[in-house]
Design a protein around this ligand. Structure first.
Ligand SMILES: [Fe+2]
Ligand SMILES: [Fe+2]
Length: 302
């Protein structure tokens, strides 16, 4: 059995080495947002406790699906990378993609600053046209196909887009023989299904991504961004379903149904279970709060 942990939306805060001028422009808006809202919503002690739980349970692979930082600051990413290192998972067995909070600033995206920090967590078995995204990592019976849905919006926008060229590469990777022969997991920050309006915080080309998935198929799509657990299905080829599962934020400090959490996929041939582990404020420990089965045809049983 392969045990895949899915963690998302760490929203690490770290201003070390940041000068005042770094916060001019839209970063000032982000900093304000951070100060007013996120300081209460995301707690680093919860993230640390989650990391300790991962370390203790020793999963086969860890996927982190974006929003590792808040303001696209290298100081945040370095702290997030240290957090991953402390889970004890090797770089070969942890995979990282960015979220919209990691791509606020155009020059950061152009310079590939995020990809430099997490290069070892993005080493690929397959890549097309020498483009960074998507990339595929093959691990036993699992193939992770990792896409980037984030664009430097310039105005702290939370919407995402995969884009036509990347969509073509996503389809080609999902169709590649060494990928198709495995349990294919598409990893993306924004959901290909809109759960929470408005349109301005969702994936703008989700219809086109759904069309790709309907043609080529995937055994599972995992995402973050909404800071809550979400279960959906998209149509796949040959009448099959494609489960689309979002995980809540790893550091969120709010209500129990959204508090600091992560997902685990127990993949055993065609038999797949998705377990939700969440922080228990009474004990301070993480415990299983939900378990669902994914049928061989992709349907998620509730
Ligand atoms: Fe987020
Ligand atoms: Fe996000």
């Amino acid at each position: 059995m392969f045990r895949l942990a899915h963690v998302t939306d760490l929203h690490v805060r770290n201003f070390a080495g940041v000068r005042v001028r770094d916060f001019l422009g839209k970063r000032a808006i982000g900093a304000l947002n951070l100060a007013l809202v996120r300081r209460r919503k995301h707690r680093m002690d919860l993230l640390a406790a989650l990391g300790e739980d991962l370390r203790a349970r020793r999963y086969d692979h860890l996927v982190v699906s974006g929003d590792l930082g808040n303001l696209s600051l290298p100081s945040e990413w370095l702290q997030a990378r240290s957090w991953i290192e402390r889970t004890g998972v090797s770089v070969e067995n942890a995979t990282v993609i960015p979220g919209n909070h990691d791509t606020y600033v155009r020059e950061v995206v152009i310079n590939g600053a995020f990809e430099q920090v997490f290069a070892a967590y993005q080493s690929a078995d397959l890549r097309l046209d020498k483009e960074t995204y998507p990339f595929a990592r093959l691990r036993g019976e699992i193939a992770l196909v990792c896409a980037n849905s984030c664009v430097p919006t310039g105005d702290l926008g939370a919407w995402g887009r995969v884009g036509e060229a990347q969509l073509r590469r996503v389809e080609a990777l999902l169709a590649a023989p060494e990928v198709r022969a495995r349990f294919r997991v598409l990893v993306i920050h924004h959901s290909p299904v809109m759960h929470r309006p408005p349109e301005t915080r969702n994936l703008s080309d989700r219809v086109q991504l759904a069309e790709v998935l309907a043609r080529v198929g995937a055994e599972l799509v995992v995402h973050g961004h909404d800071h809550r657990d979400e279960f959906a299905e998209l149509p796949g080829p040959d009448g099959r379903r494609i489960p689309v599962v979002g995980a809540g934020s790893a550091s969120y400090a709010g209500a129990a149904d959204r508090c600091s959490r992560y997902h685990v996929y127990q993949i055993d041939g065609a038999r797949v279970e998705v377990l939700t582990y969440a922080h228990d404020s009474a004990t301070g420990a993480f415990r299983e709060v939900r378990r669902r089965t994914i049928a061989p045809n992709g349907q998620v049983f509730r």
